[in-house]
Design a protein around this ligand. Structure first.
Ligand code: B1M
Length: 215
């Protein structure tokens, strides 16, 4: 198989052997970020489709996710990094009940590489932990990720909790993850939230929105 197809297959098949050699070869031809976005994420998309249609079982999805994580970790040092500036601080978490973190961690990488301080709390984070970290670390923005349909409801509850605690207008909120839609976030959730909430389709939109929050 040609290199890019081979890399994609490694994600789909969950095959780590030879991964680094292929990534090295790839790095000779394209920037690290482009390899992630245009090659590896396509592989994850296929995994999602296969899983969704019952053609792939969960343990294999987990293996694919592991290969994806290994590949991203290997490529990260090769990404461009804006040094010597701190543009702002974000507390970032995957919401309660949700373990998906590949997207969240990509957001972390993109923001960190572009001058933001990211306090990444990890997965399955209850709202109290997120809000307490935001207050304690004096964050500029709160970012929540979640891929399950269930997580879209949790996000709504989290915003209501911010209303209840009277901190809705202190922290703009950035939301992302596959089950969300722009309309749900920027109309339905914006309606019930006393502050500013925006939807990011991907990590780059997340970066643009961070820049706009800090402007
Ligand atoms: Co799960 N899973 N999974 N899974 N999984 C999905 C989400 C699913 C759509 C698959 C499917 O059915 N086709 C489905 C959800 C269905 C639903 O809710 N309606 C699903 C399911 C059902 C489940 C379980 C319930 C399965 C089970 O146990 N029976 C279970 C849930 C466990 C739990 O959370 N409690 C489960 C478990 C897992 C694994 C552990 C095996 C693994 C996760 C490993 C890990 O993350 N460490 C996994 C995976 C890998 C997936 C799919 C296949 C791929 C997700 C992924 O990493 N994509 C996924 C299919 C899909 O999403 N279509 C699926 C790549 C990643 C880069 O994309 O996270 O969307 P994403 O991030 C994007 C954007 O969304 C955005 O930026 C990123 C790109 O730049 N973004 C943000 C994300 N967060 C952001 C935050 C921001 C800004 C942008 O600012 C704060």
């Amino acid at each position: 198989l040609p290199l890019w197809e081979r890399l994609q297959r490694r994600i789909v098949d969950g095959e780590k052997k030879g991964l680094e050699a292929d990534l090295d070869e790839g790095l000779g031809q394209r920037p690290a970020l482009e390899i992630i976005n245009e090659v590896l994420l396509e592989g994850m998309k296929t995994v999602g489709e296969l899983f969704g249609s019952g053609q792939m079982q969960l343990p294999f999805v987990l293996q694919s996710a592991e290969v994806m994580k290994t590949a991203v970790a290997y490529l990260e040092p090769h990404m461009e990094r804006l040094e010597g500036v701190t543009k702002g601080r974000i507390v970032l978490a995957t919401v309660k009940g949700d373990v998906h973190d590949i997207g969240k961690n990509l957001v972390d990488i993109i923001l960190s590489n572009n001058g933001y301080e990211v306090i990444n709390l990890g997965i399955k984070q209850p709202v109290s932990t997120i809000l307490e970290a935001a207050v304690e670390k004096d964050a500029d923005v709160i970012g929540m990720s979640g891929l399950l349909v269930k997580s879209t409801v949790i996000m709504k509850e989290n915003l209501q909790e911010m209303n209840a605690r009277g901190i809705a207008d202190r922290f703009p909120v950035l939301l992302g993850g596959a089950a969300l839609t722009r309309a749900y976030v920027e109309q339905d959730l914006a309606d019930i939230f006393g502050g500013h909430v925006r939807y990011a389709r991907d990590a780059f939109e997340g970066l643009r929105l961070m820049d706009s929050f800090m402007a």
